[in-house]
Design a protein around this ligand. Structure first.
Ligand code: NAI
Length: 480
């Protein structure tokens, strides 16, 4: 029986291995992690991450051929194929701080593999890593090899949180990069055989190692660039009276462009986009490609601009101050159908409003109060380390309370800010909300989920990103 061990039981390791285990009953899959609480949660009925469909998949194979364990060394030493899916945060100090990937967790995983292995292994990069990481890993492994042969493969993960299970069952493509040597090709084939249990052959692409590593960074950069492009247009729409939804619809009808990923919003978030672009920028700079680096940097700058612009809209519309005013925050996760808050735009918007002394009542159907308080007190980039290594804040933020539902968050509020596109925000009883708010009552829709006309009829002053401005807002400057 082929044995797979995955190091890192996070948003990637957990779901990917569960889907492999479900589709490959003849393979034993063990997911290991240094975080005891994470592994206990995977072994309980309350999984550590929220992802539609995940529970059902895990239930079917946990205890059959899918296991979660903290006994890392045992399972690594027994495995034929080892996936490494650990954190690769942005460095916060030293060379490349603020841009380069911090490969501490990767390196310690590689050294541990070298220490405990007694048989040949295929080591698969699942984490997103800088180009040429495989080479570094290969050096660590072979310098400590005791005669054991290692083949390194790059198999970046393209799942999107919120639709991870669907993406894993029907991936647009699976990418496998490896050495173009006879042993390298054999390793590629072994991993191909795993995916071939459920992925059609023509969707499995094989490349050299460096192309696979770079393709992941490139794909995320392209996706983020699309969002920054439509967000840049949204600012121009507001200035000219065009409607960004109409513009994206018309643009997306061009089959060369396509309709997906063209929704204007308060900005992109998530653990990957910003981190991967910063990483790309750093690699460009290291290779003397300053113009290319600056081009990609701009994608992040527009994203920051969009978040600032939103905060400025809120403050300037409300008589240029939100000091002491209650603002209901609807949604904190970086997008709907996930409880993940890493790099969520809500964090920056909330910090911006708190900077102007607002009082916030935050509601999100999937994010815990503890997580929100943690996020609002944590330093940039600290969120991307294993949870037990993140600095704990001694106290939460005083001006922030956490609400059980949207109605509680909006009671007596001067304004609502919709920051995550949860479906339930489309169908709230906005009449009831309006009646319980201070007047004038504002709605700032950072995700274009509400029916603007209906809300204006109720009496709200509505700002919706990239849509023709409410007469109230027309003369209020909101440039960042
Ligand atoms: P995560 O933070 O949810 O999970 C990483 C896990 O690795 C943590 O549970 C941590 O405790 C564990 N870990 C760290 N060092 C370890 C070690 N030496 N031994 C054992 N366990 C260790 O992170 P996530 O989101 O799963 O991301 C993992 C990688 O996949 C990152 O490189 C990320 O950029 C990449 N990625 C993430 C995607 C996403 O949507 N979250 C999508 C595609 C790639």
């Amino acid at each position: 029986m082929v044995k797979i061990c995955c190091i890192g039981a996070g948003y990637v390791g957990g779901p990917t291995m569960a889907v492999i285990a479900l589709n490959c009953p003849s393979i034993e899959v063990v997911v290991v992690d240094i975080s005891v609480t994470r592994i206990s949660a995977w072994n309980s009925d309350q999984l550590p991450i929220y992802e539609p469909g995940l529970n059902e998949v895990v239930k079917q194979c946990k205890g059959r051929n899918l296991f979660f364990s903290t006994d890392i060394e045992k399972h690594v030493s027994e495995a034929d194929i080892i996936f490494v899916s650990v954190n690769t945060p942005t460095k916060t100090r030293g060379l490349g701080a603020g841009k380069a990937a911090d490969l501490t967790y990767w390196e310690s995983a590689a050294r541990m593999i070298a220490d405990v292995s007694k048989s040949n292994k295929i080591v698969v990069e699942k984490s997103t890593v800088p180009v040429k990481t495989a080479e570094a890993i290969e050096r660590i492994l072979t310098h400590n090899s005791k005669g054991i042969k290692y083949q390194i493969l790059s198999n970046p993960e393209f799942l999107a949180e919120g639709t991870a299970i669907q993406d894993l069952f029907k991936p647009d493509r699976v990418l496998i990069g490896g050495r173009e040597t006879p042993d390298g090709l054999k390793a590629i084939q072994a991993l191909k055989d795993v995916y071939a249990h459920w992925v059609p052959e023509d969707r499995i692409i094989t490349t050299n190692l460096w192309s696979a590593e770079l393709s992941k960074l490139a794909a995320n950069a392209f996706l983020a660039q699309r969002i920054s492009s439509v967000n840049a247009m949204s600012a121009l729409c507001e200035a000219t009276g065009a409607d960004v939804s109409q513009v994206s619809h018309a643009v997306g009808k061009d089959s060369r462009i396509g309709p997906k990923f063209l929704n204007a919003s308060v900005g992109f978030g998530g653990s990957c986009f910003q981190k991967d672009i910063l990483n790309l920028v750093y690699i460009c700079e290291c290779n003397g490609l300053a113009e290319v680096a600056n081009y990609w940097k701009q994608v992040i700058k527009v994203n920051d601009y969009q978040k600032n612009r939103f905060v400025n809209r809120v403050v300037s519309s409300m008589f240029n101050t939100v000091s002491g005013k209650k603002i209901g925050i609807m949604g904190f996760a970086f997008k709907k159908d996930t409880g993940d808050t890493r790099e969520t735009p809500a964090m920056d918007v909330c910090k911006g409003l708190l900077g102007d002394k607002a009082r916030l009542s935050i509601y999100d159907p999937q994010v815990t109060a503890d997580q929100i308080q943690r996020d609002l007190t944590m330093n940039k980039f600290d969120w991307d380390h294993p949870i037990h290594l993140q600095p704990m804040s001694p106290t939460g933020v005083k001006q922030v309370s956490i609400a059980w539902d949207a109605y509680e968050a909006s009671k007596d509020a001067h304004a609502l800010c919709i920051l995550t596109e949860w479906d339930e925000f489309k169908t709230l009883d906005y009449r009831r909300i309006f009646d319980n708010m201070q007047k004038p009552a504002f709605v700032f829709d950072g995700r274009n989920v509400v029916n603007v006309e209906m809300l204006r009829d109720i009496g709200f002053i509505v700002y919706s990103i990239g849509k023709p401005l409410d007469p109230w807002l027309k003369n209020m400057p909101a440039v960042a």
